[in-house]
Ligand binder design. Sequence first.
Ligand SMILES: Cc1cc2nc3c(=O)[nH]c(=O)nc-3n(C[C@H](O)[C@H](O)[C@H](O)COP(=O)(O)OP(=O)(O)OC[C@H]3O[C@@H](n4cnc5c(N)ncnc54)[C@H](O)[C@@H]3O)c2cc1C
Length: 326
Amino acid sequence: MLSQFGYKRVASVKEAVDAAGRPGARILAGGTDLLGCLRDEVFTAGALVSLKGIKELKGISPRPGGGLRIGALTTLTEIAENRQVASSYPALAQAAAAAASPQLRNQGSVGGNLCQRPRCWYFRGDFPCLRKGGQTCFAVMGENEFHCIFGGGPCYIVHPSDTAPALVSLDAKVSIAGPHGVRTIPLASFFVLPEVSVVKENVLMPGEVLTEILLDAPRPGARSAYRKVRERGAFDFALAGAAVVVSLAGGKVQTARVVLSGVAPVPWRSAEAEKALVGKSLDAATAASAAAAAVKDATPLPRNEYKAPLVRGVLEETLIRLSEGG
Ligand SMILES: Cc1cc2nc3c(=O)[nH]c(=O)nc-3n(C[C@H](O)[C@H](O)[C@H](O)COP(=O)(O)OP(=O)(O)OC[C@H]3O[C@@H](n4cnc5c(N)ncnc54)[C@H](O)[C@@H]3O)c2cc1C
């Protein structure tokens, strides 16, 4: 049941920062994740601060000198259907299109997608787990088939977002407005592992609002793709997925960024896979060795050993797709 809370619709980022900094306030974008958490009593809110009236947080626009700016309130549908995103950043268009269902993509914003809370059934359920301030991660001894195989401990969530791994692979930056001004940081530094904080998934402090995502122009010869495997075909979170960006010259991989989804508490960059790609021809043999390298250091829990071969397979397929032109 939803408990009572206040509601404030703000018209500017400054008003949002002021209102979101008050005790008990929570930021509301599309509400597809937040309202479910409140309904299921995962946490409570004193007041919801709706960003919907802030025009500057909406839409996709070119940046001076190349690249794109994507406002935090831009919906996943707008991203999936944007022509420039599809042509210059296919991994992002594919990730946005693979997230949730058409209705949720129409309502859900990219800012909310990056900031959504984890789907661990102990966190979402009636369990006083570590992430809710308790003493125990119930996944360790419990039903851990959907939990992480990289970066776990003391909590073993996976990050639920599809756009996050794609945007990290594209080396996106995010701007964050707060009581002390605006800071712009690489999205890769936005997420935090449980060993850094067990109660939050990112660096946002009270009163901070994610305002925009910044993408640089793609490198010459760049190709990118995102692919995920899910239990239920219609719509579901990733069991495992891979976002890959490579740049090619003279038939060889010049640069590579490989970011895995559904397998770690943050979008998981695989330095091992990247190393196995750079300097090589992008072909089936390279794809197989990079995918094998990506899972070499996986540490599965008792019930999720299947995730290592799954992510290896999805990465290999993604690389083969890229070798064929994307
Ligand atoms: C059934 C179901 C299936 C789903 N499947 C997938 C899936 O397959 N892949 C996937 O990636 N996602 C999936 N989702 C999640 C969904 O895509 C996200 O919930 C959606 O993108 C969140 O956007 P929103 O605008 O609704 O966020 P909200 O629900 O409004 O907010 C989510 C969280 O982010 C915070 N927040 C929102 N905007 C900002 C901001 N600008 N600055 C700071 N904090 C902010 C809120 O306070 C809240 O904690 C699914 C959700 C459901 C309910």
